[in-house]
Design a protein around this ligand. Sequence first.
Ligand SMILES: Nc1ncnc2c1ncn2[C@@H]1O[C@H](COP(=O)(O)OP(=O)(O)O)[C@@H](O)[C@H]1O
Ligand SMILES: [Mg+2]
Length: 257
Amino acid sequence: MNVGTRRIAFINETGGVGKTTLAVNVAAFFALKRNKRVLLLDLDTQGHAGKSLGLDVRSLSPTMFHLLTRDDVSLDAVTRATAVKNLWVVPARKDMADFPVSAANLPEREHRLARRLADQDGRYDVLVFDAPPSMGLVTTNVLLAANEVVIPVGTTYLGLDGCAEMAATVERVSTQFNHPELKVTRVVPTLYRKTALSDEVIATLKEHFDRRVSEPMHFNVAIDEAQGHGQTIWEYAPWSRGATILQSVAESIDRAR
Ligand SMILES: Nc1ncnc2c1ncn2[C@@H]1O[C@H](COP(=O)(O)OP(=O)(O)O)[C@@H](O)[C@H]1O
Ligand SMILES: [Mg+2]
């Protein structure tokens, strides 16, 4: 794999914390605002990364599941163009749920994704991974294919607990599978509303992660609406407060390396 390719994973086993929203919009940020060639890889059964970009993922085949389980299905065959210049996506669908069983007897099943991306030969400058809301074989595959980990954390008491857990998991995978480049580069406080508790949560995150904590992703309805229209914030509402919020988070992720 091209050493210059950035490989950024959005991970948290808690659902609804903004992984997909960030993965899609940060991928589009690199494509549109940094003029990079970007491949967004969806690993979640819900298929929301593709759906957020306006793809009808239910009718698509082959998809991520086939890339992971069949050597005769190429990366090109599962890669779809999007309406965003410089942005391509490998969509996922419900059948991703069968991956752990289908992969049970495959050699090096934890490295399937990394191996299948090895032949992309620097065609992309940035790979962005949208992980499922669970720890398990799929997320291990994501962590072994990535080297930068971004943890979106809901600014709630339990969100804090989950973040510590995720950071420990990343370290364990890095050690167990001898993947020392894997690092948590950013923690993004998400679904932020200005309350005393949210600010306390951010202060505690900063005690642990220091300057790796990005600007918070404020709750903003345009961010939600954009997904309903199958668009990124940069297309749907480029001058909105939502765009300003996502831009500062994306810039912070860009600066992480
Ligand atoms: N900053 C935000 N403002 C408004 N809605 C948001 C924001 N971040 C996420 N959402 C909404 O919250 C829901 C969950 O976000 P999502 O990115 O799908 O989380 P995850 O991928 O972690 O499950 C989605 O409907 C999304 O549109
Ligand atoms: Mg998601």
